[in-house]
Design a protein around this ligand. Structure first.
Ligand SMILES: C[S@@+](CC[C@H](N)C(=O)[O-])C[C@H]1O[C@@H](n2cnc3c(N)ncnc32)[C@H](O)[C@@H]1O
Length: 441
């Protein structure tokens, strides 16, 4: 951001028309209201953005909203609250579960019955049966935490046996799994704030006792989902698909007519979502077949922007041979190739692959939506191997070659760094998220 840029302060509602290239400072009151605050998730955007797009483009008419990188479901919550149908896509299974739980109303009578039973079952138990498949579990948790987490997970597992297999019971069980997952980082030895999962030896943590965190959290979940359930119209439909957003979407969704797309894709050299969720995956990874580190590592390769690529994937890559076709972007990739010799030129390949995947994504979405459909994308610029990438402008060029037209672009200041990326010297701090207002040509 240029130092002279004038900032426009917004207290509540973003106006429909925002001047091209202007930068807003949006008051972030209420970002964790209702189900929004159920689970920490890196790279979340503020609900104000989907709220703005929905008001502007759907304006009272019931429509269907797609978020192809839905993360923890911010767009989807705003969509169902406004009475629209929603479809969320994310490659990450934990994010897909969090999103599902955040937008699924539950049977409130059954919830109370199951929650009362759960509290008693936990209080009665001395030992749990559930054992994480992790040899270093004692590094991550105290003995007391391991025992109590195991008791909670074992009790949650018993719900179908006690209450049946109906969908309404499964929805409540999923809610309780997410509630359980949301406390794990706090009761572990791992740093609470970092986007990387590690135990700091300089800043030693005194983890909180498990039940003193879980029981109040359970109350909060019950209170929030109760309020949410009462607000949702029964004719709203919500679908989450745990899949990749740059492959075969038009076959999968050919019967759905999308009226609005709102999303924030990963950044170049994206955060390692699975590494970020490591302590949670020790305790619930079995639900997604991600309980071991080798399974987790295999999964990482499908994420757009990932740095987790085997050497074999980029050993033959050079930005002189593999041309993207946008001159300024190809020059930048060549600069990174030169500066990043020490990593075997990996970062140049990671960046090339990021833009190639985003191009595939635009082509795929263009096949799923009709002419005139708005596509709102939130993304930031970043630095790779000390080379600044105008990601926003490159994505605009790529989208314009893939069936879209950019109508407007404006930014807002990022307030909570956990919501975005702590990229320090490596990826470059992102101060502004840019909202690109595309339309399908
Ligand atoms: C910036 S986050 C989205 C956060 C979301 N807006 C929210 O508020 O929670 C980007 C998401 O893209 C997902 N992602 C990465 N690669 C993907 C792919 N190939 N297909 C679908 N989703 C992908 C990540 O798992 C992550 O959840």
């Amino acid at each position: 951001m240029s130092k002279k840029q004038k900032i426009i302060y917004i207290k509540e509602i973003i106006p429909d028309r925002v001047k091209n290239n202007s930068v807003l400072n949006i008051s972030t009151k209420g970002v964790t209201s209702l189900t929004h605050g159920f689970h920490k998730y890196p790279g979340k955007f503020i609900p104000h953005i989907p709220r703005w797009a929905i008001n502007k483009y759907l304006n009272g008419d019931k429509g269907t909203i797609l978020d192809p990188f839905c993360g923890s479901g911010t767009t989807l919550i705003e969509g169902v609250l406004a009475g629209h149908n929603v479809v969320g896509i994310d490659i990450d299974p934990l994010s897909s579960l969090i999103s599902k739980v955040k937008i699924t109303p539950v049977n409130l009578k059954k919830l109370k019955e199951i929650a009362d039973w759960l509290v008693l079952s936990i209080k009665k138990a001395k030992k749990g049966e559930f054992k994480p498949e992790c040899e270093t579990i004692n590094h991550w948790f105290t003995k007391d935490a391991i025992n109590k987490l195991s008791i909670i997970r074992t009790s949650i597992n018993q719900i179908p046996g006690k209450f049946g297999n109906r969908k309404s019971i499964k929805d409540i069980q999923d809610l309780l799994v997410v509630c359980f997952s949301s406390i794990i980082r706090h009761v572990s030895n791992a740093d609470n704030e970092s986007q990387k999962t590690y135990v700091s030896h300089t800043k030693v943590k005194n983890p909180k006792e498990v039940y003193s965190v879980f029981f109040p959290k359970l109350e909060l979940f019950i209170d929030r989902i109760t309020k949410f359930t009462k607000l949702i119209n029964s004719d709203v439909s919500a679908k989450i698909s745990c899949t990749s957003s740059n492959k075969s979407l038009h076959q999968k969704f050919k019967v759905i007519k999308f009226d609005l797309v709102i999303t924030s894709p990963p950044y170049i050299k994206a955060l390692d979502y699975i590494y970020n969720q490591m302590v949670e995956l020790f305790w619930i990874g079995d639900l997604f077949d991600l309980q071991t580190q080798s399974k987790q590592n295999q999964k990482k390769e499908g994420y757009i922007g990932t740095k987790h690529l085997r050497k074999a994937k980029f050993k033959d890559y050079t930005p002189y041979k593999n041309i993207f076709g946008i001159n300024r972007l190809d020059e930048k990739l060549q600069e990174v190739f030169v500066t990043d010799k020490k990593n075997g030129h990996k970062h140049s390949f990671v960046t090339f692959k990021y833009f190639t995947n985003m191009e595939k994504h635009f082509i795929e979405i263009a096949k799923c939506i009709c002419k005139g459909t708005p596509y709102i994308m939130v993304v930031g610029n970043s630095t790779v191997s000390n080379i600044y990438f105008d990601t926003v402008d490159f994505l605009i060029q790529i989208a314009e070659q893939s069936g879209f037209k950019a109508r407007n672009k404006w930014g807002y200041e990022i307030k909570n760094r956990y919501m975005r990326f702590d990229r320090k010297g490596r990826g470059g701090i992102i101060d502004i998220d840019w909202v690109i207002d595309f339309v399908r040509k």
